[in-house]
Design a protein around this ligand. Structure first.
Ligand code: PMP
Length: 361
């Protein structure tokens, strides 16, 4: 097998050790005589798998008491609706920060259920920065304050956790979950689609403060009510068993890597190398993102001459560096360097970028 480095934004690279373990377990999980895919979700074996996954995640993030951890379906996109349906709780409006593509979609969906107050928007400068919290127009009566900690397409990441005061803070952490240390106690609710830093798509993880449960708006479908899932320990219906199993292996792997703290150091080093390659290229490569807000997960950059984009992608592919084409909305290039991307992958990319710039500069 050729060694590839996969820079896809998601579904994305998974730790090799996790895939190898899943392969070894494929036909017979721990002597059960079954693949995890074939197990009853209520059987002893799977109960052990989901229990361990939850405990490991709680440990990795130091989730305080008073929070539920839910393993749900419907992707992060479904959370765009579940959040307002469950957390508006009789209030008329919610606050949202608009930092790009994913915030916009969250705002659009929430607008179907109540009034959305956009407290700040980075649209004025092409979503290239995080507006300083000093200028946000927050409503102290808002049902909650929502933000997207990492804009996967724009490559913009919050360098701080907003202070929401008494208003519950809600975060779409899909693309930087478990990549750096955060204080869960500051949040009312955190959600993250699995297919970047957690495991396969089909699973979304929700961490929610218990006092926010049980206030879903009238007419909320059973499956979209957090309380229903919390009461049933994510077993109201058949959960996405295989993605939960892989997520559990990823959590164990993370613990072996020094946990979230270890990952944060690793991620900082990787992103540092890549941004240095961009900013020291004498303008051959460039990034539009404000320095303090550059994502450590999705490094978005352009080539001086757009006409070289296709050659860049093709040449990179020949070196085993794949999925570098930027999202169609912003163009250019995007290298997603999630937790599971080894530093060797980033070094190989940086080496290639230097040679390419030398040849075509
Ligand atoms: N939020 C963010 C920040 C994302 O990156 C994505 C997916 N790329 C989504 C939401 C939507 O996730 P899903 O496809 O799981 O619905």
């Amino acid at each position: 097998m050729t060694k590839l480095f996969n820079f896809s934004a998601g579904p994305a690279v998974l730790p090799h050790a996790v895939l190898a373990e899943a392969q070894a377990d494929m036909l017979d999980w721990h002597g059960s005589g079954m693949s995890v895919m074939e197990m009853s979700h209520r059987g002893r074996e799977f109960m052990e798998i989901i229990h361990d996954a939850e405990q490991d995640l709680r440990q990795l993030m130091a989730v305080p008491a008073g929070y539920k951890v839910l393993f749900l379906q419907g992707g992060a996109s479904q959370q765009f609706a579940m959040v307002p349906m469950n957390l508006l709780a009789g209030k008329t409006s919610a606050d949202y920060v608009n930092t790009g593509h994913w915030s916009k979609l969250a705002i659009k969906e929430a607008s179907r259920f109540g009034k959305v107050n956009v407290v700040a928007s980075a649209e004025d400068r092409g979503f290239s920065y995080v507006p300083d919290q000093g200028v946000w127009q927050c409503d102290p009566e808002a049902a909650y304050l929502h933000y997207t900690s990492n804009e996967t397409i724009g490559g913009v990441q919050f360098p701080f956790v907003p202070d929401a005061g008494k208003v519950p803070l809600v975060c779409d952490m899909s693309s930087d979950f478990l990549s750096r240390e955060i204080d869960v106690a500051k949040f009312g609710l955190i959600y993250a689609g699995a297919q970047k830093n957690i495991g396969p798509s089909g699973l979304v993880v929700v961490i929610v403060r218990e006092d926010l449960l049980g206030q879903a708006m009238p007419g909320t479908p059973t499956m979209l009510d957090y309380q229903v899932h919390a009461n049933a320990d994510s077993m109201y219906n058949t959960p996405p068993t295989y993605p939960i199993y892989i997520a559990g292996l990823v959590f164990k792997w993370l613990k072996e890597q020094g946990g979230v703290k270890g990952m944060a150091a690793h991620n900082g080093e990787k992103a540092g190398l890549l941004y240095h390659a961009i900013t020291s290229s004498n303008g051959f490569y460039s990034t539009h993102v404000a320095e303090a807000d550059r994502s450590q997960m999705n490094v978005v950059f352009r080539l001086k001459d757009e006409a070289l984009d296709e050659v860049f992608v093709a040449e990179a592919k020949k070196r085993g560096l794949v999925q570098l084409k930027g999202h169609r909305v912003v163009g250019g290039m995007r290298a997603s360097i999630y937790n599971a991307m080894p530093i060797e992958g980033v070094k190989a990319l940086v080496g290639f970028m230097g040679e390419f710039a030398h040849q075509h500069g």
